[in-house]
Design a binder for this molecule. Structure first.
Ligand code: C6P
Length: 404
């Protein structure tokens, strides 16, 4: 059992008033709030050990380097990677996916195939379209059903020896559907394809085990899991990271530079050109510790309760339709109300202190599938409460009355 009031006290922002009302923050899918321990760690870094890493022999540089590498080790343990050098620091999921898509430009030939799904965030569509344009490869798309679930037989039918990479999200940001990624990974491997999992929406809710999943790449963002913005991780299997070319050239990613030829540094530095977000990388480790102290089993259990409660309460509202009704879901409810634009509901309930996301959620193909301009998305975290859900339901009812 989680002591939610004690947990809430860790998050200073949650005591704020917005538009004169207590903040109800249900936009966790966009970014999570940060506990004091994470905020303090960021300040402490700048107050005590700020220096560039992997470059200086001086004490501060070594302290900063050690802290950065300790954090990499924490992430390695957290996702159960085999080696710390398989864990690359990035600026976020988007960067990680682009790094891989860019690398595959040196592997794909015209006529090769890349499989994405209809449930993807634009970050896991556009880089692959760009790759296909560059290489002459063909983009294939796994369709979804009315519940927002991938049609898995259609995926099976798309696979062939032409498939070179399959890239799907672990959890859909727009609908909250959890995808059967283990099945997808095993099936893709059976035809020799690599698999990238976009874990952006999964890492706040669960602890991925990359060895058990056997995925080739797993990308995620730090800011959705209580860490700072501008941080992220790309996990890649050693053999794949050795095969892919560097994404960016610059300092720290080289062994030797002459005007005739440059040789590249070993992993992970080959993919970490330039001065990174050092404070952010270090503090991401603090966020991982914080979440593990709460415990992902506890988080999942409690968030499932919130999901069930919110679904039940919202469905009491006449004319309300939920999108993403598949069984396997994270704590996200995406909905619309008959005849009312999602933006109008979002704006009115914001005046009542409730923060939700409205719009297409950077997943336009999903909205096109359901023939809607967007949805209202309430995405819950372990620091939210049923009382806050009640407040949202009352606010949505009020907005409905005002707008109809
Ligand atoms: N989704 C949302 O409100 P970045 O911006 O690089 O940290 O993450 C991109 C990204 C990639 N994949 C998925 C599944 C995502 O949900 C996101 C970010 C936020 O849904 C902001 S658009």
């Amino acid at each position: 059992m989680l002591d939610i009031q004690k947990i809430r006290a860790d998050f200073p922002i949650l005591t704020q008033k917005v538009n004169g009302k207590p903040l109800v923050y249900f936009d966790n899918g966009a970014t999570s709030q940060k506990p004091q321990i994470v905020i303090d760690a960021e300040v402490k870094y700048y107050q005590e050990i700020n220096a560039n890493i992997h470059r200086g022999v001086h004490t501060l540089s070594q302290l900063a380097t050690d802290a950065y590498e300790i954090s990499r080790g924490k992430v390695k343990d957290h996702i159960n990677a085999k080696f710390a050098h398989e864990v690359l620091f990035t600026s976020g999921t988007t960067f990680g996916i682009n790094l891989v898509a860019n690398g595959f430009a040196s592997i794909l030939k015209p006529g090769d195939e890349v499989i994405v799904s209809s449930l993807e965030h634009h970050s896991n569509i556009v880089p692959w379209q760009m790759l296909c344009e560059k290489t002459g490869a063909i983009l294939k798309v796994i369709p979804i059903n009315e519940n927002g679930e991938l049609i898995i037989e259609a995926f099976d039918a798309l696979l062939s020896e032409k498939t070179k990479i399959v890239t799907v999200n672990h959890i859909s940001n727009a609908l909250g559907i959890i995808n059967p990624i283990k099945y997808i990974i095993d099936k893709a491997h059976a035809v020799g394809a690599a698999v990238l999992i976009d874990g952006a929406q999964a890492v706040p809710h669960l602890k991925p085990d990359v060895q058990e999943l056997d995925c080739d790449f797993y990308a995620f963002s730090g800011h959705k899991m209580c860490g700072p913005t501008g941080t992220g991780i790309l996990y890649g299997k050693e053999e794949w990271l050795n095969k892919l070319p560097p994404y960016q050239g610059g300092g720290e990613m080289i062994k030797e530079v002459t005007f005739e030829k440059t040789t590249y540094a070993d992993l992970p530095h080959k993919f970490e050109a330039g001065t990174p977000n050092i404070a952010g990388g270090i503090v991401l480790g603090t966020a991982v510790d914080y979440l593990n102290n709460i415990g992902f089993e506890n988080i999942q259990h409690y968030e499932n309760e919130l999901l069930e409660y919110a679904t039940k309460r919202l469905l009491e509202i006449e004319g309300l339709k939920i999108y993403g009704t598949g069984k396997n879901k994270a704590s996200v409810v995406s909905f619309n109300i008959d005849g009312i634009h999602p933006y109008d509901i979002g704006s009115i309930i914001d005046k009542l202190g409730i923060a939700v996301r409205t719009g297409h959620h950077c997943a336009q193909p999903i909205m096109n599938f359901f023939c809607i301009p967007g949805t209202i998305r309430a995405s819950f975290s372990f620091y939210n409460t049923k009382e806050e859900i009640d407040q949202m339901v009352e606010a949505v009812k009020k907005a409905q009355t005002m707008l109809s």
